[in-house]
Design a protein around this ligand. Structure first.
Ligand SMILES: Nc1ncnc2c1ncn2[C@@H]1O[C@H](COP(=O)(O)OP(=O)(O)OP(=O)(O)O)[C@@H](O)[C@H]1O
Ligand SMILES: [Mg+2]
Length: 413
């Protein structure tokens, strides 16, 4: 195979010749009738579908991580992948922090949902898709609140803060069928005697325990981030279209981007739960914004685990694995989290990396020294695919139309 971008091919042969000569080096093809993505170094066409791979036993989970240095073609690959999956009848939801999936949406006749202060669209992150009170719904809301508050505070919650959040949430759940963040903030600021008694304190003590949390929530409720997650979900939002793009570009660059993505993802989760069971890809581009805070990264991992039961394949796009290691300060938990997220994402699409990042990826993903060396040299548009235990080197093939949808170089030319 000769890369169109110039790397010389070391050897030319057909896939079957190579497989006969090097049975343990040339990967077994993914024999599935699915979406074509590009040419494989061993000579064949590379097709991939997470659900197809699951059925054939090549994967036990559908989630995917896409890694690579800036400008290596991560988003271009994701856009063409979504486009082709849409043609195969799948549903695709995208969290788009840079606002770059607009052309894809336009080509599919979908209108991106623009989320930002004052843009008129509200999503209730505490709406977890259960109309009746349940322990499970309470648990999901409680985890979300802990992730949002800890990300916002920049530290983990103290035990008394966790307890104050929990009783405030329970009070909010009694007040409204689906609670909202302002109701929880209000319950934190004015706790009742029953709640205080439950925690062996008085109302003033409980109010003190929850005061800082209430002030953090206030940012989302009345402060600079208000107008997005501070009320019931705007009625009539259609998630029935095959492509849904949630454009958060107004907030790109905000230090709060991670927590906003968590709120938006939480709301999407509720829609998944209430969904029709169709096979769906959920893309989190610029996932480092969520993963660079330990609490939100922890929350995302739990969410990834859950979504498998809804037939959802999550796709997280990030620059390098050190984004995972940079999450928080607790070395051992970062390491476990990074490893856990990676083991939950059995499909890894690895684009070109710096030598240092490639070495780290090699360590965390168990790559061979040849693969680590390769990662440091891959040209734009070429990626090493790890599908479960199998490896493929793939040059992504983008049609002229897809290239137009994927072009992010306009400003550079
Ligand atoms: N397979 C490909 N063939 C030709 N051009 C490509 C290919 N993949 C990407 N490109 C082009 O390279 C440019 C950068 O790609 P892209 O925006 O996908 O990079 P990225 O890795 O997502 O970057 P960032 O980290 O900044 O988000 C785009 O203009 C795109 O059109
Ligand atoms: Mg990108």
């Amino acid at each position: 195979m000769r890369w169109r971008c110039g790397l010389p091919a070391p050897h030319r042969a057909t896939t079957s010749e190579l497989r006969a000569l090097y049975p343990f080096v040339t990967p077994e093809p993914l024999e599935i009738d699915s979406c074509y993505l590009g040419r494989e170094a061993a000579g064949g066409l590379f097709c991939f579908d997470p659900w197809g791979c699951y059925e054939m036993g090549a994967l036990t989970g559908p989630n995917m991580v896409v890694l690579g240095q800036i400008g290596r073609g991560k988003s271009a690959f994701v856009k063409s992948f979504l486009w082709r999956q849409l043609i195969f009848g799948r549903q695709c939801w995208v969290l788009d922090p840079k606002g770059e999936y607009g052309s894809l949406a336009e080509a599919w006749d979908a209108v991106p949902l623009r989320l930002g202060p004052g843009l008129g669209l509200r999503l209730n992150p505490l709406d977890v898709g259960c109309s009746t009170p349940s322990e499970h719904a309470h648990q999901r809301r409680s985890e979300l609140l802990a992730a949002v508050l800890a990300s916002s505070l920049g530290r983990g919650l103290l035990p008394q803060e966790r307890a104050a959040t929990d009783v405030a949430l329970a009070a909010a759940e009694e007040r409204a069928r689906v609670p909202t963040l302002p109701v929880v903030a209000e319950a934190l600021l004015s706790p009742g005697e029953d709640q205080a008694r439950l925690l062996g304190t008085d109302t003033e003590g409980l109010r003190q325990d929850g005061r800082q949390l209430a002030l953090e929530l206030r940012r989302l409720v009345q402060g600079d981030l208000s107008g997005m997650f501070d009320a019931e979900t705007t009625p009539g939002i259609a998630l029935t279209g095959r492509l849904v793009v949630l454009d958060l570009s107004v907030l790109y660059g905000s230090p709060a981007l991670g927590l906003l993505l968590v709120c938006a993802m939480s709301w999407l989760q509720s829609a998944m739960r209430a969904g029709d069971g169709s096979k769906r890809l959920v893309v989190l581009d610029e996932a480092w914004a969520v993963l660079s805070h330990l609490p939100s990264a922890r929350w995302l991992r739990a969410t990834f685990k859950l979504s498998r039961s809804y037939g959802v394949a999550n796709v997280a796009v990030l620059h390098r694995l050190s984004d995972l290691r940079a999450a928080g300060h607790d070395g051992s938990e970062q390491q476990r989290l990074a490893e856990g997220l990676l083991s939950d994402a059995e499909t890894r699409v690895l684009f070109g990396q710096s030598a240092a990042d490639a070495a780290q990826a090699g360590e965390l993903l168990g790559l061979s020294t040849t693969e680590v060396g390769l990662l440091g040299q891959l040209p734009r548009g070429v990626a090493l695919w790890k599908v479960g235990q199998r490896s493929y080197l793939v040059e992504h093939d983008l049609s002229r139309e897809e290239l137009a949808l994927a072009d992010t170089d306009g400003a550079m030319r």
